[in-house]
Design a protein around this ligand. Structure first.
Ligand code: URA
Length: 441
């Protein structure tokens, strides 16, 4: 019997933890004998003292084994189970587009995603803005939806990676997100539990990423690749820019709206499209090593342009409880915020830098994220029509629209947003960041 407080004390002192200590702690976290306070204390000790790769692999495995491990080979899916996951960003709605697009190309995407974490938005919170959509369907229904629709996006459940569900919610509100071993274990445990044959990771870098510096992003890539390889999960990584929001909206219902607009061809966004395509190419090529990158990109483009991806999304959403006419009439189902106001810059000029983390925190302050674990959020709030780096903004060209529950919240958001945008007389060549900086396999 190992006392949780002794495990915390050893990590606090910088000692590497043994696999059996990590397993015992994760078991306790899952069955409730380890308290939230103890879990947050260990998370903080890991945040400060790190973990070596043996510890990180042991943590990942213990968290994956905290619930059921799915086996798609036994379930005899007609195609490969491949998924994508991002390390977290703002306006990052790629999963909502890519899962159905990859499914329309013949992959099976059993996606276990998370809620908002720190300043970043979470796919599960976004999907819960759709009335009726259940993110906790139970294992049999999850398998059935993946089989019938080619994709299902759900959250960690009491069955699937429950230890990550608990630790994730605790990290969200205890400033313990930005830790390479904790991010690695959180992502890979869910994906191992999902029984994938391959995983493509989108590691974010820049002001809206958990690890803004390219060096830290590189270290995270190394950790994800090595732990993935040790645990037998084929992983490919793409590093993408988060020095500006990926889509022009941030907020739960607003991002679902943007994803539906993208899928139905109502509104595209070149940066979002490029990231979707490049990640999708990696997914298709993980499934079929003989496939060329151009051919893979063409399949994905066709899946989106033909409406096949939109159809998959609609089918998946309705199989999980959403209204059957969601894709045709999204605005009838996604509740708008009570107050929608333009946000003007502090001075006129060109946008040269954006503090994307501050934008994400602004969405949290508006009520789109949590201050306490398990708290309810307001799905309708957020930001839309966000100005990009290089855009001209002034008293006639606002930075964005703030969607808030009341005038006071909109005014407070406007202050935060104006402070997050650096504006200068001339556009800056230095302000442009490459969208995709590194691909590894
Ligand atoms: N995504 C996750 O699932 N976990 C993290 O810790 C960060 C991003």
């Amino acid at each position: 019997m190992i006392l949780p407080q002794e495990i915390i004390r050893r990590k606090r002192g910088g000692a590497p933890l043994r696999a059996e200590e990590i397993e015992a702690f994760v078991r306790g976290l899952t069955n409730g004998s380890v308290s939230d306070a103890q879990a947050s204390a260990l998370a903080m000790a890991i945040f400060f003292n790190g973990m070596d790769r043996d510890e990180c692999a042991a943590l990942t495995l213990a968290m994956a084994r905290s619930g059921t491990l799915l086996d798609w080979r036994a379930a005899k899916l007609p195609g490969p189970a491949i998924d994508k996951h991002s390390t977290g960003g703002v306006g990052d709605l790629v999963s909502l587009i890519l899962a159905p697009a990859a499914a329309a190309c013949g992959l099976y995407v059993p996606m276990i995603a998370g809620r908002g974490l720190g300043h970043t938005g979470g796919t599960i919170d976004k999907l819960e803005s759709i009335p009726g959509y259940t993110t906790q369907p139970g294992k049999e229904r999850f398998i059935d939806v993946v089989r019938r629709c080619g994709c299902a996006i759900i959250g960690q459940t009491a069955d699937l990676a429950p230890a990550d569900r608990k630790l994730y919610a605790i990290r969200d509100v205890t400033a313990t997100v930005e830790s390479i071993p904790l991010i690695t274990a959180s992502i890979l445990s869910k994906k191992l539990a999902a029984g994938l044959e391959g995983l493509v990771l989108d590691v974010k870098t820049g002001s809206g990423a958990f690890l803004p510096s390219p060096d830290d992003a590189r270290e995270l890539v190394g950790s994800l690749l090595e732990v993935g390889a040790r645990l037998g999960l084929p992983v490919r990584v793409l590093v993408t820019d988060m020095n500006e929001p990926l889509a022009s909206s941030a907020g739960n219902a607003l991002e679902v709206m943007a994803a539906i607009d993208f899928l139905t061809g109502t509104r595209t966004d070149p940066r979002l499209q490029e990231v979707v395509l490049q990640l999708g190419v990696e997914m298709l090529r993980l499934a079929d090593k003989t496939l060329g990158a151009d051919e893979a990109a063409r399949s994905l483009q066709k899946a989106i342009a033909s409406g096949a991806a939109a159809e998959r999304f609609g089918k998946m959403a309705s199989a999980l409880g959403a209204p059957s006419d969601l894709m045709e009439r999204p605005r009838a189902h996604l509740t708008p915020a009570a107050v929608i106001r333009p946000v003007y810059p502090r001075r006129r000029g060109h946008v040269v830098a954006i503090d994307v983390r501050a934008l994400g925190l602004c969405v949290v302050h508006l009520g789109g994220g949590r201050r306490a674990a398990g708290a309810a959020i307001d799905p309708s709030v957020g930001l839309s029509m966000l100005a990009r780096i290089g855009a001209f903004v002034d008293e006639n060209a606002p930075i964005c629209m703030a969607h808030a529950c009341d005038e006071a919240a909109a005014a407070a958001a406007a202050e935060m947003i104006a402070g997050a945008y650096r504006v200068a007389d001339e556009p800056s060549a230095l302000a442009a960041h490459p969208l995709i900086t590194r691909i590894t396999s």
